[in-house]
Ligand binder design. Structure first.
Ligand code: DGT
Ligand code: CA
Ligand code: CA
Ligand code: ZN
Length: 566
């Protein structure tokens, strides 16, 4: 309200009082909702006057503030976004809007392209140049980061800070702990023993990945890494660790439902503790387990904390036993030097043995994948022989399957004739080209491939690349129904660029009784490490080991593969 009033050229006294109230709220140790919609009590907060207290009470009661609604209606809806750009305050934004007709980031970007701002008061060449730079930055930083980039960064930071004096427990929280495919920022929670937190805060700010310190205080420090990722560090007392970890893990919606449950049980839940209402006595706070238990719930894995049905299930003790990394016993989608991989059949198989897998499938690209050195029919026949040789050599140590990642062509036909497909042990059918096809065509295309009698699984069904390429948008209900009918599996490609199928579609598949296959699509042995991203995504879908064919025993898998042959 302060900002809009200033843009509109309003009264200085009003602007100041709004600003003071805003700071007071931001600095409040507790959630203002805990005080309640009591104007008298709110007015006791330093910096909050009569008018503001009334408005806060209005907000706590109705979720809106009439004066705020009236103010926002007076300016274009995209205008306030300009304030996010470094170097643009309300006064400059007012000039841009009134003198140059700029209403949002897009129109600012257009005008910055030309020389249109040169004549405006206060917009010299240097200012305009900086605006360009800062706009470009927020466009880029406004993006979400891929799980594949954020998770290793968070793990590294946690390991750097764990040995720091006073650190009792430390974990990343937020959307990252919930395993989301993209992450807005990294949240880290530390249980710190003792009073001198400076050493920890300095260690955090001094990490070599830190580019800029955004804010720093004794409970919260925020930094930006060289990659533009924001990392929030929150320090709490050891006895509050469970409550804080839970709160900052979220999701927000899950937290809201938990708080409602606590209230019905005569308790309050916040980032510090679960407490009894009647005497404010702390019921549980040190561990998540204790808090869930006091709420008469089983501990809920973070990946499920999205306010779907997890709280009801946890209440009945019926949460699924989610799949874990160690449940995976085979890798069914790999590439070797025969197409675009970097390792030989034998090298790759040896690495699969090292990981304790009982089966590995060699599935190089098919002939249409020219840029990936896809195998012609003739080369494939030779390749099958080569795989069989390695298989014979490694017999007793690992089962090596001769397979192919066969292209699903734009019309749904497969890239090899059935006479050739018949000779293979396993067939991953995937779309690689024509990925901007309209949804209806994409659906027909995938359905046709599913009905080929030799297909074992549909590989990375949409072909999307996270933050880079949208891929196909087929009707996944129909695709999954067809896969169920045919008895084939749906791949959950674990490569962090792909995560295809995504969590929601994996959940649909499980509910329809379709098996998932979690594969890394390894082009070299290090790629096998991508598995974790697929596991996290599968856990978000509620997958158990029973839902995933890579968790079957050698014999079970062999039987299942034979049975998919239509
Ligand atoms: P992100 O970073 O956009 O990928 O998503 P999150 O879930 O990590 O969200 P973030 O970083 O804004 O906050 C971390 C967690 O803190 C969030 O999952 C729940 C909790 N949290 C933050 N703000 C609020 C709030 O206003 N109310 C409640 N109940 N929880 C909040
Ligand atoms: Ca976050
Ligand atoms: Ca955050
Ligand atoms: Zn592929």
């Amino acid at each position: 309200m302060a900002q809009i009033t200033e843009i509109l050229g309003g009264d200085r006294f009003r602007i100041n009082s709004f600003e003071r109230a805003s700071r007071a709220l931001a600095e409040l140790a507790e959630d203002v909702a805990a005080i309640g919609p009591d104007a008298k009590a709110l007015q006791r907060i330093e910096g909050i006057g009569e008018g503001t207290a009334r408005r806060i009470a209005e907000f706590l009661e109705t979720g809106r503030i009439k004066d705020h609604d009236e103010l926002t209606a007076k300016v274009p809806s995209g205008l306030l976004k300009l304030l996010d750009i470094q170097g643009l305050g309300p006064k400059k934004v007012a000039v841009l809007w009134k003198e140059a007709g700029i209403e949002d980031l897009a129109s600012l970007k257009r005008k910055l392209g030309g020389n249109a701002l040169a004549d405006l008061p206060g917009f010299g060449r240097k200012t305009v140049e900086n605006l360009r730079k800062n706009l470009a930055f927020i466009e880029q930083a406004g993006q979400r980061y891929r799980l594949g980039d954020a998770l290793p960064m968070a793990v590294w930071i946690v390991e750097q800070l764990r040995p720091v004096r006073g650190v009792e427990q430390i974990s990343y929280a937020g959307s990252l702990r919930r395993g989301r495919e993209t992450i807005g920022d990294i949240d880290i929670v530390v249980a710190f023993k003792g009073r001198d937190r400076a050493g920890l805060i300095e260690a955090f700010k001094g990490l070599e990945v830190v580019d800029e310190v955004l804010m720093s205080g004794s409970t919260k420090t925020s930094v930006r890494t060289g990659d533009g990722m924001q990392v929030d560090l929150r320090i709490v007392e050891p006895q509050q660790y469970g409550a804080a970890l839970m709160y900052f893990t979220g999701s927000k919606e899950h937290n809201v439902e938990l708080r409602e449950r606590a209230q019905k049980m005569g308790m309050t839940l916040n980032e510090y503790a679960l407490s009894r209402v009647k005497d404010e006595k702390v019921v549980a706070s040190k561990t998540e387990q204790e808090i869930y238990k006091a709420l008469k719930l089983a501990w809920i894995p973070p990946e499920l904390r999205e306010a779907r049905a997890e709280i009801a299930l946890a209440g009945k003790g019926r949460l699924p036993t989610l799949i874990e990394l160690a449940d995976i016993r085979s890798e069914l989608h790999t590439h070797t030097t025969a197409s675009d991989g970097h390792w030989s059949i034998e090298e790759l198989a040896a690495c699969a043995v090292e990981r304790g897998y009982h089966t590995v499938a060699i599935t190089d690209h098919s002939r249409s994948q020219v840029q990936a050195n896809g195998l012609s029919a003739q080369r494939l026949e030779k390749h099958i022989e080569a795989v069989r040789k390695v298989a014979a050599k490694l017999k007793g140590r690992i089962t090596v399957l001769a397979g192919s990642e066969v292209d699903i062509l734009a019309d749904g036909a497969l890239d090899y004739p059935n006479s050739l497909l018949k000779q293979l042990d396993i067939i991953v059918a995937s779309p690689h080209a024509a990925l901007s096809q309209e949804p209806k065509k994409a659906t027909e295309r995938l359905l046709k491939a599913i009905h080929n009698p030799y297909v074992t699984m549909l590989g990375h069904p949409t072909g999307r690349l996270i933050n880079r390429r949208e891929g196909l948008s087929p009707d996944m209900k129909r695709v999954i129904a067809a896969a169920a009918e045919r008895g084939i599996a749906l791949e959950l490609n674990a490569n962090a660029w792909r995560l295809d199928v995504r969590d929601s579609h994996a959940r649909m598949a499980i509910e329809a009784g379709v098996k998932l296959s979690i594969n890394t699509d390894a082009h070299g042995a290090p790629d096998l490490d991508q598995l974790i991203f697929g596991i996290l995504t599968a856990r978000r879908a509620g997958a158990t080991a029973q839902d995933v064919i890579n968790c079957m025993s050698r014999q079970e898998l062999a039987r299942w593969l034979a049975a998919t042959r239509g």
